[in-house]
Design a protein around this ligand. Sequence first.
Ligand code: ADP
Ligand code: MG
Length: 628
Amino acid sequence: MTRKQKKMLIRILVAAALLIALHFIPVAGIPRFVLYLVPYFVIGYDILLKAGRGIRNRQIFDESFLMAIATIGAIALALYDRSGDYTEAVAVMLFYQVGEWFQSYAVDRSRRNITDLMDIRPDYANLEIGGKLQKADPDDIAVGSVIVVQPGEKVPIDGIVLEGSSTLNTSALTGESLPRDAETGDEVISGCINMTGVLRIRTTKEFDESTVSKILDLVENASSRKSKSENFISKFARIYTPAVCIAALALAVLPPLVRLLAMGISPEWGMWIYRALTFLVISCPCALVISIPLSFFAGIGGASREGILVKGSNYLETLSKTGVVVFDKTGTLTQGVFEVNGIHHSEMEDHKILEYAALAESSSSHPISRSLQRAYGKEIDRSRVTDIREISGNGVTAKVDGIPVAAGNDKLMERLNIPYISCHQAGTVIHMAIDGAYAGHILISDRVKPHAEEAISALKAAGVRKTVMLTGDRRAAAEQVAEQLGIDEVYSELLPAGKVEKVEELMEAGTEKSKLAFVGDGINDAPVLRRADIGIAMGAMGSDAAIEAADVVLMDDDPLKISKAVRISRKCLGIVYQNIVFAIGVKMICLVLGALGIANMWLAIFADVGVMIIAVLNAIRALFVRKL
Ligand code: ADP
Ligand code: MG
């Protein structure tokens, strides 16, 4: 509980005690009125101040205003008809505050629940200075520093293991409790917990650019992107409250006037004013106003526990309407870890041609180039490489020891006007051109991800109409993967611009209720990730550009998480709609009962606080998504 919440709780208890005590003190007239004002001010002074401030700022129509008018009105009425029944006004204020207190407590709890689970921010990094470990602020660690992570500590910054081996617990990042092994040469991402051995890590990023910082940024900014339902609620509140006030005024004035003037009977002013005040209490839109953002917040939190980062409630809303899922191939459905199957038509030694390939590819982050560098296996001397150009969807060109080298697909060779020899075996082909002449090709192949096939059938089961694969790779390689996984449509040999065009075509065929999600990993996927209704990026292997452009990031690159994300979003939106219907429904019933004089102020406040508590509890359900 925060200090503010504790203070509020004390006020609630004091006011309640005073109210009960006053019940047993037999005073009447003005002394009674003054005595009842004490608990009234104890519990309601801040609401009265807020209402006053609202009037001064000409933004009168809010909850505080409704509560102030209703309770002051009820007190005035009791004073006027000499009934001395002030309990009701004080109790209404009291229950209203109980509701507010509960609401702030629930919001805090679920916020803490989420931040706890996201408790991955490392507090320090160990530097080894003069044989001793010293703790340093992760913010101050420069790229390329060597840090030491001991068992039980969090990896503070992304890097590469220089020495040591260990298992890492990635559950805070991915929701997966499967430990991952890390050995010399492996990349490790920040936020994992080192479980067994001591690791010496050379950092490859600054703290701000590291995975942890990125994730925390995403989560913190998620609530700023509002969904349509949330916008609907704030618009709704803007017209709703004034409308209710006018209706209340009409209820207070019109029936008595009609009775008096048209029917010639006693107007019963007191009764109608009381009904109008009840009407005001009932109309407080608190349950809606709080429970909808809370539902989205809980949904986003629940998803992030599963390693699915959703960048805003609007995306959760769109995700729930996913009808078509379009995939990139390499790195998305396949592992992006290629193995060299053969080197053909080359007059050089295999090792030599791999060296040229690895050097030319030395600054690309494409899975192909990483794989070629791995196949080469030796330390790469970057100073031998100049003039590197990466041509998206084609390959790279560079100068190695001053000699022009090109590595890429058929398109690259055509672009450079170099005759090439096609390969008749299945797999991805990297043609090599050295010093302007064809130098053979490297045949590499990739494996599909372990869950890829299951992921496609899970999407179908979740009600996705169509799955499509777009790739820059050869037709043969593409069709083989699509067939193996059961994907409905394939388009191959596409350049990044071609992917955008295809996605646009597919989106035109879609409807308002059937949104298109694109799932990708590469730099070349960034434009499509932006263009699609929903962009989903692979967070671990994926390029920064893709993660930046995407609306949803899968921390562990597991395609099975896509259908999970869809199901989480549907559950969350379901809860949002339940709350809207429930809250508005109960409100409408109470308003009618109030106008008819069946519901009094007591019932009104109980209904309101009750609806709010139920709606908030329902909202928190969105946090629990493990079994979806
Ligand atoms: P995908 O759409 O399957 O992810 P890309 O669009 O990234 O594939 O790449 C398409 C093709 O372009 C690859 O199959 C490869 O032939 C070629 N290519 C792209 N980048 C490189 C690179 N860095 N080195 C060699 N070839 C590349
Ligand atoms: Mg790719």
